[in-house]
Design a protein around this ligand. Structure first.
Ligand code: TTP
Ligand code: CA
Length: 365
């Protein structure tokens, strides 16, 4: 199946949150500053909204310089803890859209406002479905957090990441294997994710300006200049090749399975046996790694390809198949009582994972 990766990047994140919190900022240039406290405006710009960017204000520049570029701009101090709480909620929304993680990690948060989602299973390798899913994500974040984001979808992390910055703000860009070269090759090499200023400068000295130039360059020469690993990587990246897996942050891993029903249905007696089988697989994986779980999540995709998730946090950490089945059955019945569209795919996953505790000794009681 064609791999499908989604990358999401929130738009002007800190400044967008400030705008949301203070409607009077709408339409004004907003600059969020990391102030050093030495004097007023001694510090650097964390970020700014798009209006401020029109004046040439950028992340990293001294706040005093930003003030010169636009004296009318509103300068606000960074509220990192607050932004982190918003980020945590967004990441929870996003995780629900990633594959259940059957073949390893499927969700990777890379910064406060960026994440990769593996959606190969969810979309069955179909980029049109991936687009629908991307739009659904945008809608949910806009509805729940009143914020916009930009999304890139591609056959790997490299392409997804580059696609998400192609249209900003509030964009969505799909790059499949078919239009990969059309997207990648006209770009300047400095735009290739993983190429910094030093490499870009060296490449330019070699006469390599666009990604196409790099893709067509002799790999042996690249290796002799950059070394084996880096030289090979450059050549592959220029061709849009990247096999790197997603890496879950430690402690937030989830394990799950999803599968297609034999027919679209709302009949619990048809749906539950499939969930029972999937739950069995999940328990097997947990046992192998001696893990127990605390959170159970049911996922469903209906015949209109809309996705739903319902989670339940248990009172204790457990590890038995019975406990998983009981929770799953309860969530399923509840879901079916309020849902009217037939289901096409269902899945179950567990989170809140912990190493199983050893047998208690008699003295512990
Ligand atoms: P970015 O995603 O780089 O920028 P952004 O979200 O503000 O704008 P864009 O629409 O271009 O994506 O960074 C995310 C947040 O990280 C940003 O809102 C503020 C913070 N940040 C800093 O504090 N310092 C920095 O130098 C950068 C680049 C970001
Ligand atoms: Ca961002």
């Amino acid at each position: 199946m064609q791999r499908v990766i989604l990358h999401i990047d929130m738009d002007y994140f800190y400044a967008a949150i400030e705008e949301r919190e203070k409607p009077e900022l709408r339409g004004k240039a907003v600059v969020v500053c990391m102030l050093s406290g030495r004097s007023e405006l001694s510090g650097s710009v964390s970020t700014c909204n798009y209006i401020a960017r029109e004046f040439g204000i950028r992340s990293g520049m001294p706040c005093s310089r930003a003030k010169k570029l636009n004296p009318e701009a509103i300068f606000l101090p960074v509220r990192k803890e607050f932004y982190t709480s918003v980020s945590d909620r967004i990441m929870e929304i996003l995780r629900n859209y990633a594959d259940p993680g059957e073949n390893g990690d499927s969700f990777e948060q890379t910064s406060i406002d960026e994440a990769f989602l593996e959606i190969t299973d969810r979309t069955e390798g179909d980029f049109n479905l991936a687009f629908e899913l991307g739009m659904q994500i945008k809608e949910e974040i806009k509805e729940k957090e009143k914020l916009t984001c930009s999304i890139g979808i591609g056959p790997n992390k490299l392409i997804a990441k580059m696609a998400s910055s192609a249209k900003k703000p509030d964009g969505i860009t799909i790059v499949s294997s078919q239009n990969l070269e059309g997207f990648l090759w006209p770009l300047k090499v400095s735009k290739l994710w993983g190429i910094g200023d030093v490499t870009a400068k060296k490449l330019q000295e070699m006469g390599i300006v666009t990604v196409k130039d790099l893709a067509e360059y002799d790999v042996i020469k690249l290796i002799s200049t950059f070394g084996k690993a880096r030289g090979t990587w450059l050549k592959q990246a220029a061709a849009g090749i990247d096999d790197s897996p997603l890496k879950e942050r430690e402690g937030s891993e989830q394990i799950g399975r999803i599968a297609t029903l034999p027919e679209d249905t709302l009949d619990q007696e048809l749906i539950f046996p499939l969930l029972e089988m999937l739950a069995g697989d999940v328990i097997e994986k947990l046992n192998l790694r001696e893990l127990s779980f605390r959170v159970v999540t049911f996922t469903a995709i209906n015949s209109n390809f809309r996705m739903y998730t319902r989670s339940r946090t248990l009172n204790h950490t457990v590890s038995s198949k019975e406990a998983l089945l009981e929770a799953t059955r309860e969530i399923l019945s509840e879901f079916l009582s309020e849902n009217r569209t037939e289901l096409r795919r269902v899945g179950v996953r567990v989170g809140g994972l912990q190493k199983k505790k050893g047998q208690k000794s008699l003295f512990d009681y």
